[in-house]
Ligand binder design. Sequence first.
Ligand code: GLP
Length: 263
Amino acid sequence: MEVVITPDYEEMSKFAAGMIARQVKDKPGAVLGLATGSTPLGVYRELIRMHGEEGLDFSKLITFNLDEYLGLPPAHPQSYHYFMWENLFKHVNIDPGNVYIPGGITADVEEFCRWYEAEINKAGGIDLQLLGIGGDGHIAFNEPGSSLGSRTRVKTLVLQTIKDNSRFFEREEDIPRFAVTMGVGTILEAKKILLIAGGEKKALVCADFIEGPVTSQVTASALQLHRQVTVVLDEAAASRLKRKEYYNWIRDNKHLVRKYLGS
Ligand code: GLP
């Protein structure tokens, strides 16, 4: 895992957006895995800016979102469909036919999950997967205890997640209790993974998943098993890391490594 510590949310977002933009320029028909939540908003703002000012081209991209609340129609303002269109897709030149987001309302949800996995494979697999992290260490909606080999499926949300999400819903009874989510196993098959986290509220969970044991109790820790993961944190989210100096040392000496490797 490469851990990149940036001074603040703005820099974290720019760094992550830069990685995504590089992927898009290297392979215009790339398959991107996308995330929701408040953390990626800065990344999406920066990508929209790059599209407008630098001509970053989304026209051939294929995107797969991680998850969706079960029971919310795409037009619901709290659905992840709505979030993605409002905060990214409607501002760039993406082909709507290339956008995949799990369905919150489907006649046969198990069949839908199988179809979603098959579509990811048909597209050639995910080149770069963007992730945030939940307060309990979940990635997508893989709550503590999720199998580290899990695939796209319905997951029951834990109380903390329901509480974390309550700020977005007016009435408690409207907060979804279930989600359709890519599994940890699905996420681990992405060729590259980019996880972003900001703020002091994420500091403990970041120390757990980066420096703690691999455990289904903190599903983000499964990323330790992946060969190409970049974690981008702001100072606050990095504040509980024990090996912070080492991560910064690696960053500061990267140019030397490049020199030795001739890359
Ligand atoms: C939800 C999403 C996750 C996201 C998490 C954190 O649980 N399913 O994909 O990482 O929220 O959200 P935030 O970035 O708002 O802290």
